[in-house]
Design a protein around this ligand. Structure first.
Ligand code: TA6
Length: 281
């Protein structure tokens, strides 16, 4: 296990959290949802992740901000709007367990598991593990294994909320090709250059860009992905922000979601393992 002085167990609202403070970074993870709430490298002490001031921390409601784990489906299962199942799957609504923590060359590594991988809407038998490495950069690995004798398919996302000083002064670099625009009936649209945000933005970029850089006048945040088939970009903008009970009315001005995702579906054969990764710098 990791040196006990590096990991502490705390509370945030009704959430049991784990705080990692090592010699290169600080991070906080909620056991509810296996949900990374914050991360800042000591090199600049700049928080990389956005967490809503109005986030509901009751241990029952998905947390607005940080890195929600969307599994075993992204958004609404099979896209049916009348879906009665929870948006973004069901593991972000569960208590997770810290099953291991240990020092690695780059920092501190934590392994967490959800209470169960089974649930309505998913027929597979899977194991799921979140491996978080807190170092000069933040590495997140979501590891899915098919542990039954039948193949299954799933979608998933690391639904990361990044903090920016001003969304109106933010550019995304590294995206290309066509995206599906959820705000316009999933119309296929060419990625703009420069990539600025000026309205509700809800896009699934089909090109699996390995690196997206979030550029503001004073900072650049690198979002590297692997094991993904798409990148999702989301900002609710003003009207939706006022509708969201867990986002203050101008919360949209200081955040952007850049999500490493499998939105087209991943089929796992019996015994097969797949890892969806995001690395934040
Ligand atoms: O990732 C984009 C998205 O699917 C949006 O359509 C919006 O629903 C967002 O996720 C937030 O979803 P949530 O269920 O966390 O409110």
């Amino acid at each position: 296990m990791e040196n006990p002085s590096v990991i502490t167990h705390d509370r945030l609202g009704s959430l049991d959290t784990i705080t990692v403070k090592n010699n290169v970074a600080v991070a906080q993870i909620s056991l509810f949802g296996g949900h990374i709430l914050s991360y800042a490298p000591l090199s600049d002490n700049r928080p990389r992740l956005w967490l809503s001031d109005n986030a509901i921390l009751d241990g029952k409601t998905p947390i607005r901000g940080g890195i929600p784990i969307c599994w075993p489906w992204f958004s609404n299962l099979h896209g049916q709007p009348e879906q009665t199942l929870p948006s973004h799957g069901y593991v972000r609504n569960q208590l997770w367990t810290l099953t291991d923590s240990y020092a690695v060359e780059s920092g501190t590594r934590l392994e967490l598991h959800p209470t169960t991988c089974s649930g309505d809407g998913f027929k597979g038998t899977a194991s799921l593990k979140l491996v978080v490495t807190v170092g000069h950069r933040l590495q997140i690995d979501l590891v899915t294994q098919n542990i039954c004798d039948e193949p299954f398919s799933y979608t998933c996302a690391l639904h990361s909320y990044f903090t920016v000083e001003d969304i109106g002064n933010t550019r995304l670099i590294g995206l290309s090709g066509l995206y599906g625009d959820k705000t316009r009936e999933w119309q296929l649209t060419q990625t703009p250059e420069p990539y600025t945000l000026f309205e509700e933005t809800d896009r699934v970029h089909q090109n699996a860009s390995p690196r997206v850089t979030i550029k503001t006048p004073s900072h650049q945040t690198q979002v590297d992905s692997s094991g993904h088939d798409s990148i999702v970009v989301w900002n609710p903008w003003q009207e939706n922000a006022t509708r969201l009970a867990d986002m203050n009315n101008n919360g949209y001005q200081t955040m952007v979601c850049v999500e490493s995702a499998i939105t087209n579906g991943k089929k796992l054969l019996p015994g097969e393992v797949h890892t969806l990764s995001q690395n934040i710098g």
